[in-house]
Design a protein around this ligand. Structure first.
Ligand code: MG
Ligand code: MG
Ligand code: MG
Length: 306
C-alpha cells in the first residue's frame, strides 16, 4: 500500500509544514509507515525555521493517486487540499479550523480543537503518548505557534497556546520573543516576489455561502511599502478573479507590528467587505484597524454577511 502521506494545506504556511513534520515523527513512533510532504513552496518565514534547525523541507507533491492513504494537518476543506483528495483515503485529520465540505466514506481519526495552532494540538498529542519532545521538536512547535498567533497577538491565540509556548520555550532554550520576531520578519521580506507570487503566498479558496472567494494574506512591517505595488497587485488579482471565476478576492496586507490590515478587494461581491466592516472601498482598498486574523476576523464576518 505504500507510505501514508501527511500534509498541510496548499500555499503552505509555517504551521502546515512544521505540523506535518511533527506528525511524521509522531506516527513513526507509533509504528506507522508515513512521510511528510507539502503542497506548495516553502515561504521565507518557514525557511528561516528550517535553516535555523538545519533540516530539509519535505518533498512537494501536487496530487495523490486514487486510494492513497493520507493524513491532513492544519486543514480539512477539500478546496485547500491536494488535487484528487476526493478519491484518497483520509485516515486522520488534526486541525484547528472550521469544518467545511468534509466527508469520508470510511471511519477516521479526527481531532479538531479551537486552539491558535495545529502544533499546539501536536504538543498535546506528544504528551498524551509520552513521546519525548526534543529541542528540535520544541522549536518546530514554538515556531508554528508564533507564526499562527503572530507572537500571541492574534485573537486566535488562546491561553492554552501561551501556556504551551512557555513550556516549549524552556525545552527549546531560546528567547521566544526575540527568535519569534526574527522569524516573522524573515517572512516579510517579499521584495523579490512577483505580484502573482504575493497574492498566492498565503491564499485560501473558500465558499462564503454561495460566494466563491479567495482570501489572501501577506505579512508586512510596513503597509505603505506594500501599497507601492498596489496597481501591480490589482492587476494580478483581477486576472485571478477572471481566470478562476471568483466572485470576490480579498488581499489582506497585515502589519504584524501594529496589528492592523489594509485590504485590496476586487470582484463583483466587493460590497461584502463594505457591508461587513462598515467601510467604503476607495480605489479598491480600505484600512481595517485591529484586523489580523483571517480565521476569526475575516472569514466568519464575510460569511455572515454573504
Ligand atoms: Mg495554516
Ligand atoms: Mg494553522
Ligand atoms: Mg495562517
Amino acid at each position: 500500500m505504500g507510505k501514508i502521506l501527511i500534509f498541510g494545506h496548499k500555499n503552505p504556511d509555517t504551521d502546515s509544514i512544521l505540523s506535518a513534520l511533527l506528525m511524521e515523527k509522531f506516527d513513526k513512533n507509533l509504528g506507522f509507515d508515513v512521510e511528510a510532504v507539502r503542497l506548495g513552496n516553502v515561504n521565507k518565514e518557514t525557511q528561516y525555521v528550517l535553516d535555523y534547525l538545519g533540516i530539509e523541507a519535505p518533498r512537494m507533491i501536487d496530487e495523490v493517486l486514487d486510494g492513497q492513504e493520507v493524513v491532513l494537518v492544519d486543514h480539512n476543506e477539500f478546496a485547500q487540499s491536494v488535487n484528487n483528495i476526493e478519491n484518497a483515503t483520509i485516515t486522520c485529520v488534526v486541525d484547528h479550523h472550521r469544518i467545511c465540505d468534509f466527508k469520508t466514506s470510511a471511519p477516521l481519526y479526527y481531532r479538531a480543537e479551537p486552539l491558535g495552532c495545529t502544533a499546539s494540538i501536536m504538543y498535546k498529542k506528544y504528551m498524551e503518548e509520552n513521546i519525548k519532545i526534543e529541542r528540535n521538536d520544541a522549536i518546530l512547535m514554538l515556531s508554528a505557534i508564533i507564526s499562527d498567533t503572530l507572537l500571541f497577538k492574534s485573537p486566535t491565540c488562546t491561553e492554552e497556546d501561551v501556556k504551551i509556548a512557555k513550556e516549549l520555550e524552556k525545552i527549546a532554550n531560546i528567547n521566544m520573543e526575540e527568535y519569534g520576531l526574527n522569524m516573522l520578519k524573515a517572512g516579510t521580506d517579499l521584495s523579490d516576489l512577483t505580484a502573482d507570487e504575493l497574492i498566492t503566498l498565503d491564499s485560501k479558496e473558500v465558499m462564503l455561502k454561495d460566494v466563491k472567494a479567495k482570501i489572501a494574506q501577506v505579512n508586512t512591517a510596513s503597509i505603505p511599502d506594500m501599497l507601492k505595488r498596489k496597481s501591480e497587485l490589482e492587476n494580478s488579482i483581477a486576472n485571478t478573479v477572471n481566470n478562476e471565476g471568483l466572485d470576490l478576492f480579498v488581499l489582506a496586507i497585515t502589519d504584524i507590528i501594529e496589528s492592523n490590515s489594509q485590504v485590496i478587494v476586487l470582484g463583483k461581491r466587493a460590497d461584502l467587505v463594505e457591508k461587513s466592516y462598515n467601510v467604503k472601498l476607495v480605489d479598491n482598498t480600505a484600512f481595517l484597524p485591529g484586523v489580523v486574523s483571517r480565521k476569526k476576523q475575516i472569514l466568519p464576518i464575510l460569511t455572515e454577511n454573504a
